[in-house]
Ligand binder design. Structure first.
Ligand code: KG4
Ligand code: ZN
Length: 335
């Protein structure tokens, strides 16, 4: 018998709902992004995000059910992101999911946002099975995770300061490119020389797979200030390409090392930064040297969406991980 999960996501600036069959088959993936609203502020404004989620949540859920050709009573369980994220934003999705679960008498499945990002790979690659190593890099997180089973995750490394996407967004801002910065740097870097400036590649200590991106961020900002003081010309495309090279070098080196340590031959990418073309290309190149395969989802499943939440929800539901109506949003939920 088929199992249908309604997924709901509202942790940051996307209001999203999706219906997924048997964990991997996406019947609908409705996303309302608020990026244009937050652009003028150069980042997400939490109060605006919460208000827009409230306005849009019923719209995206109705659209997801309609596109899937399903009524709420034909859904087996309702999966919702309950953390990590912005508390006011998360609360909209969690409250909505609880209301629907209560009204329709359906099981409620709490989903960790980062686990959702990882699960996007199961949707994109029907043949993929655990175990594998996943690099999850987004605006709020950068983790290397050993995916031991569909619901068993082990963190091998994490950022000690900024997330990779946060660094992309900050450098795009100082270069005057706009928000969100990742796609803009990705595009501009194609016209630049990645070897123009050698920005630092930080290694916390020899045994650790953790990241630190605040150093490279500061190095770029200092470089630009110095050039400005000296009246030296700066080619923005070269800075974008050199910065991107420094960040992707570290992401690739640590992830490949993680796979070696675990004796695994498959690496997957997830999260908004996984949409980066240089990261995809270089990860495949570096991992290829060790006979490892690299898989990543299409860009629409890398950035925030609810299909990934429904996929994670399916496996959690199958493992009996449901919650009652006391479920609350947990802004700093650990992995
Ligand atoms: O996963 P996501 O949509 O939201 C979070 O959970 O944070 O990730 C958004 C982040 C932003 O920082 C954005 O700049 C970055 O992903 N991003 C990229 C690219 N596309 C999105 N970073 C680098 N290259 C890209 N092509
Ligand atoms: Zn995300």
């Amino acid at each position: 018998m088929d199992t249908y999960i309604l997924g709901i996501e509202s942790s940051c600036d996307e209001t999203a709902a999706a219906v997924v069959r048997n964990g991997r088959e996406v019947l609908s993936n409705s996303i309302n992004t608020q990026i244009d609203l937050h652009k003028v502020y150069g980042g997400v404004v939490p109060e605006i995000a919460s208000r827009k989620h409230i306005e849009n949540i019923d719209v995206v859920i109705d659209a997801a059910l309609e596109e899937a050709g399903k009524r709420l009573d034909e859904i087996d369980a309702i999966a919702v992101t309950y953390g990590p994220g912005l508390v006011g934003a998360l609360l909209v999705g969690v409250s909505e999911a609880k209301a629907l679960a209560y009204a329709a008498q359906k099981p409620l499945v709490p989903v960790h946002h980062i686990k959702g990002h990882i699960m996007a790979n199961f949707i994109a690659h029907p043949e993929l099975e655990p175990p594998f190593v996943c690099l999850v890099a987004s605006g709020g997180h950068s983790h290397i995770v050993e995916v031991r089973d569909y619901t068993v995750f082990h963190v091998l490394g994490r950022t000690r300061d900024d997330a990779a996407g946060e660094a992309f967004d900050k450098i795009a801002r100082v270069l005057g490119l706009g928000y969100p910065g990742g796609p803009l740097i990705d595009r501009l870097a194609k016209e630049g020389d990645p070897e123009a400036v050698r920005f630092p590649r930080v290694r916390m200590d020899q045994d650790s797979l953790d990241f630190s991106f605040s150093g490279v961020k500061t190095a770029v900002i200092n470089y630009l200030h110095k050039a400005e003081q000296q009246g030296a010309a700066v080619r923005k495309a070269d800075i974008a390409a050199s910065f991107q090279r420094a960040v992707t070098d570290v992401l690739c080196a640590h992830t490949v090392e993680a796979a070696q340590k675990c004796g695994l031959k498959t690496i997957t990418l997830a999260g908004g930064v996984a949409a980066n073309s240089e990261l995809r290309r270089r990860m495949a190149e570096e991992a290829g040297k060790w006979g490892m395969d690299v898989l990543f989802p299409p860009p629409v499943l890398c950035t925030d969406n609810a299909a990934m939440i429904a996929c994670a929800g399916y496996y959690a539901y199958m493992a009996g991980e449901t919650a009652d109506l006391r479920l609350n949003a947990v802004p700093s939920l650990p992995l």
